[in-house]
Write a protein that binds this ligand. Structure first.
Ligand code: NAG
Ligand code: NAG
Ligand code: NAG
Ligand code: NAG
Ligand code: NAG
Ligand code: NAG
Ligand code: NAG
Ligand code: NAG
Length: 582
């Protein structure tokens, strides 16, 4: 198997890159290259092997963090009949210990898979799982499971309720039985004592909806007359997530917090399967009438698509948050899919990772959420970092940052730009499509003015491979528009990988604000946070040369105007202990 893979890769490279690179490829790979190990992240969550997708039911219980996840224990690809809830616990959200599967297909109502769901703490402080079961007819049902022994902080065993299934698609309102899944964490209405939960669905004509169900006892659920939220043409809406955020402050709030109109907004996140992206809305929620009014949305408004916002403009899907009562914060988990071909996933024996958990809060202007890697991940930083201060990066500069394990690093950089008048004018004929703007010229030198400048990560010695994360500043009607890109087009000599370039705008004003990027580099993961967490882009890359000690880190300025590095700190990262086999 391995030999034939290497041979085919070998001939592939002969055709594309000629003799010199083959030499390098051969030298590197004969000793250290092993598909299933080379790309394995060192500090991103994943099971010890096989397939993983959505994060499920994250919580903190009796001093331990729990994460459950969609898992196929039988192989490295998704399965339509054997998905279980994998389960791991942690004291610090960094190092994880793997436990037995929490839920496996055993009953008629979940015999074809235990799909996504959430945890809710009931008034006795016991965690209850609501999850989607795929029944023997391939219909989707919602089900309840409770801990077998609530005194056990590991919550190793779960009992499925004898009342299951507790929500069926076909009782009321003719819900599409193959589009009815992923219950949220439930919340209580303080005026009527009823629990409320959302379930994702779609109706005819491709309308995506979140259904609202209510219950007195968490077992008998009644569907509300009207959907909680719906939007035309968005297709199946999966993995809804609904939670309150403070208008003024970074602390997180419990989902069942008592409603205070003046200090809270509510976030509704939806995962759209047609485009594989997570979007969120920010709005107000009237608990009495159960009406959610988002300020932004998917609907056409005066022919203008009102703004919808993504958590992440790279790969990040089926995310879910939880309230961490220990640190009074809301934490976001999200699945980052592979970008390799199925055969390579099978060969390496695993597929799918979770993004570094992100603390999340509403920004001061209330326009968007800010996301930042949980502070605990900084424990893996090896001090002292490599540093730069007040360093001018002249046009056309490429500067290597040495002394860092470039394949396993945490890098923070901030730039100061002057000469804003030299920024390229934003051509009104361009579609305001940031991904397109990033893809058109990548990080190549063009007569564009301010930028591209930024980081060049996982670069091979002779630049046959690299991934660049960079800014470009444009002028638009006396304002400035800042574009952030993550360009994977040169990330791997293996062109069978998905090498899509990602991009998004960053809501900063370069007159006052620094332009900053933090990038977590973890072998096959490049997770970037622009503008102190305003714009996030996660990507997967599979270099064939720039691996382990052969990976290099650089800063660059390929614009035609000088910029200044205000500060750079680059840390080598330790390996976390994640679900190691004991
Ligand atoms: C799973 O997929 C296989 C192959 O496409 C199909 O034969 C089988 O019926 C599917 N099973 C379920 C439960 O959908
Ligand atoms: C429940 O868990 C606690 C704590 O781990 C343990 O002491 C107790 O023996 C368990 N009870 C049963 C019935 O297993
Ligand atoms: C039900 O959902 C499935 C996707 O799960 C879709 O293919 C089908 O068209 C839907 N049926 C109706 C009547 O909307
Ligand atoms: C926001 O909170 C800060 C400190 O908690 C307070 O000083 C300020 O007045 C608050 N602003 C608003 C608009 O409530
Ligand atoms: C998974 O990766 C493939 C290949 O890059 C991509 O087409 C697909 O949209 C991704 N799915 C998700 C959920 O991210
Ligand atoms: C991964 O690589 C190791 C070491 O070469 C090998 O023992 C193992 O069988 C491989 N696993 C898979 C799933 O290919
Ligand atoms: C790409 O480069 C061309 C040629 O220099 C230039 O005309 C165009 O404006 C650039 N596009 C972007 C989005 O920067
Ligand atoms: C900078 O531009 C040059 C010329 O277009 C190109 O060869 C080089 O790869 C670019 N550097 C980066 C980091 O993209």
């Amino acid at each position: 198997m391995r030999t034939s893979w290497l041979l085919s890769k070998f001939s592939f490279l002969i055709i594309l890159y000629g003799v010199v690179h083959i030499e390098a490829f051969h030298q590197t790979h004969s000793s250290t290259f092993n598909l299933n190990q080379t790309y394995k992240p060192s500090f991103h969550f994943q099971p010890s092997k096989n397939w993983m997708n959505d994060p499920n039911g994250p919580m903190r219980y009796k001093g331990l963090y729990h994460i459950f996840y969609q898992h196929n224990p039988k192989g490295a690809i998704w399965s339509n009949n054997s998905i279980v809830w994998g389960h791991s616990v942690s004291k610090d959200l960094v190092n994880w210990f793997s436990l037995q599967h929490a839920l496996t297909p055993t009953k008629p109502y979940d015999i074809n898979g235990c799909w996504s769901g959430s945890v809710t703490f009931l008034s006795n402080n016991r965690p209850n799982i609501l999850y989607t079961g795929i029944d023997k007819n391939n219909h989707q049902t919602q089900n309840l499971a409770i801990p077998k022994n609530a005194s056990d902080p590991f919550l190793r065993e779960w009992i499925k309720s004898p009342k299951n299934p507790i929500m069926l698609p076909n009782i009321v309102n003719k819900i599409n039985a193959t589009s009815f899944r992923d219950p949220t964490t439930a919340w209580i209405g303080h005026h009527d004592g009823l629990w409320r939960v959302l379930v994702g669905s779609q109706q005819k004509d491709n309308r995506g909806i979140t259904l609202l169900f209510k219950s007195k006892d968490f077992i008998n659920w009644i569907q509300a007359k009207y959907p909680f939220y719906s939007a035309k043409k968005i297709g199946m809406l999966e993995c809804p997530d609904f939670f309150p955020v403070l208008i003024n402050g970074t602390f997180g709030l419990d989902t069942s917090i008592k409603y205070d109109h003046d200090s809270i907004r509510y976030v509704l996140k939806v995962s759209l399967i047609d485009v594989s992206h997570d979007y969120y809305l920010i709005g107000t929620y009237d608990t009495i009438k159960d009406v959610y009014i988002p300020k932004n949305g998917f609907e056409q408004n005066n022919n203008e698509l009102t703004l919808v916002i993504r958590y992440d403009y790279g790969k990040f899907y089926a995310s879910k948050t939880f309230y961490d009562d220990a640190k009074k914060r809301r934490v976001l988990w999200g699945w980052i899919n592979e970008s390799s071909i199925r055969e390579d996933d099978v060969q390496k024996g695993w597929s799918g990772i979770q993004a570094i958990p992100r603390t999340l809060w509403l920004d001061k202007l209330g326009k968007q959420l800010i996301q930042w890697p949980i502070v605990e991940i900084e424990k893996l930083r090896i001090n002292p970092p490599v540093k730069l201060h007040s360093k001018v990066l002249k046009r056309g500069t490429l500067l290597e940052i040495s002394g860092v394990t470039a394949a396993q690093a945490d890098v923070e950089i901030s730039f100061e730009v002057n000469d804003l008048e030299k920024a390229q004018a934003l051509n009104p004929s361009w579609k305001m499509d940031p991904q397109h703007l990033c893809t058109e010229n990548g990080s190549k030198v063009k007569e564009t003015g301010l930028g591209p400048f930024g980081l060049l990560v996982l670069a091979s010695k002779n630049m046959q491979e690299y991934t660049s994360i960079f800014f470009k500043v444009f002028r638009a009607n006396k304002k400035h528009v800042v574009l952030m890109c993550s360009d994977q087009s040169r990330s791997s000599l293996n062109h069978k990988n998905d090498l899509t370039t990602y991009g998004a705008f960053v809501d900063v004003n370069p007159i006052y604000d620094e332009l900053s990027i933090r990038t977590l580099i973890d072998h096959s993961v490049v997770e970037s946070f622009g503008g102190q967490g305003k714009t996030c882009i996660a990507s997967r890359v599979y270099p064939t040369l720039a691996i382990n000690d052969n990976a290099h880190l650089h800063v660059f300025n390929n614009g035609t105007v000088d910029v200044k590095i205000e500060k750079l700190s680059a840390w080598s990262m330790k390996k976390a202990k994640i679900n190691e086999i004991h």
